[in-house]
Design a protein around this ligand. Sequence first.
Ligand code: ARG
Length: 614
Amino acid sequence: MYVAAGTTRVGESGRPITSSNGSFMASVASLSASLQQRVSAALAAAVPSATGADPLLRRSDRADFQANGVLGLAKKAKANPRELAGAVVTALPADELIAEVEVSGPGFLNITVSDAAIVGTLAARAADDRLGVPLKDAPGTTVVDYAQPNVAKEMHVGHLRSSVIGDALCKVLEFGGEQVVRRHHIGDWGTQFGMLVQYLIEHPHELDHAADEKDAGEASMSRLDRLYKASGALFKSDEAFKERARRRVVDLQAGDPETLALWQRFVDESKIYFDSVYRKLDIEIRDEDIVGESGYNDMLAETCDLLEKSGVAVWSNGALCVFFDDVKGKDGEPVPLIVRKTDGGYGYAATDLSAIRNRTGELHADTLLYVVDVRQTLHFRMVFETARRAGWLTDDVTARHLPFGTLLGKDGKPFKTRAGESVKLEDLLDEAVQRATAVVREKGEKIGLTEDEIRTNGEQVGIGAVKYADLSTSLGKDYVFDLDRMVSLNGDTSVYIQYAYARTRSIFRKAAEGQRPAAHPELALEPSERALGLHLDAFAETLAEVAEVYEPHRLASYLFQLASLFTTFYEQCPVLTAEGGPAQVENRLFLCELTARTLRQGLSLLGIRTPERL
Ligand code: ARG
């Protein structure tokens, strides 16, 4: 049975599901979920002991789906698998969902669903704002720690990856109904600020703004950079300054108002710079979500106290340390997590432990995610383990470091400029936009885009390309930053997907008066229509998977496949001039429209825009 458009369904909890605007939402059962349910029931009917067993239903090339579960069950029941498969087929209900079932090989079931069921299910998706994607039944609270650059320092490509991946994860989780708390754990605390503040006290005009500044972000960064270098040089060469800087750190940590006010100027100046990079990246960072290392300053002493009193941490060589049986250095000596340093200062670990206390204790999170590069793996392992021992992470809280790999240059080495310096994030984004604009211009001039459109599209394609290259690689892997490949119209790129989207829009612009999308379940489908339809139906399941395993590349690859299937459909099935007459035109327009909405929704969850004309 398929659900006709407009049917109200009830959620798992039995209450009707309403969307934010109050209209009823169809939480649509996918074809594979409906099939799963029928095949399970048939299995149970054929072998009562198999009640609840998984029929192992998969998409397949031979038919639409293949169920492989019979084999294992036959083995357990000591029955002939082909006979058992036959019995399952007999037990399957005769309804509109299944068009054909065939027993193949040693006892696989090849299942073809009906064209009517495909179109009917898609119609139910189309009738819903959310494309039939259900909201989680029991949403929890997830804190996502991502996009954490450092104050007074240039952002680098590692910050790019964390920002892009974290932003996509937040969006996908939120779309599924999860309560998401974003946390930008920026590096805004530590001994270097003693030096910077002291320098500023002695050179008070160094952070003054020039009257009308063209590029505020870049100007801010170069001021900070100059200050950083100058104060660092002085710190090295001048013992007396060094001493004044050290005392300044103590004032800072003690919360001396004058020192704090100057420190705040560094933070504010840096935020101007971060803002300009994030605007370019098309990622929204809200001020209230920026809770950097300094935000936990008031908790640090208590965190150390609690660790010491509970015996989780011990003093060793003047430092407060946590030891682990399985963490040893090359020399076989244990490597501790240092929460308080010999000089009395609190380090990175103390801040992270305090942040955990805040996130579980105050924010009541049940999941903590950290989108941070792979080199910090050991740090997080030790921090989580310490928090567990201290009771700040309990069994019902999941803490996960989602490590990502390194961005490589074409030479396969970590991305560097020709001069061997690490690449500025802004330069990289500017270059991507430039390249993309050239690609957009070539096509755009033919279809009559204005200069404004070319510029906007160039930005959306260029930034999309950078994000997509990042998101389409599985997290842990390193990948090569290759702009030529990234903005190519052929291959696994965002432009390819954006182009498929723009094509759907162009079909609608060309449609004649009265040519409108409408679902026609009574029509027979072409193979490329079926393939497209079956894939469209899998959107909700893909999103659920991404939210479950925190792997945005699964959504990227779903969308690339969708664009490819659409391209094949478009090549094989004329839309506006369909030979089957007006009903077929409507049905194909319906497929185009649902494809467009799915591409748009999917790309937007990845933080990628969809230009209307390309
Ligand atoms: N600011 C750090 C860096 O640039 C990343 C912070 C990661 N988050 C955390 N909770 N430690 O490397």
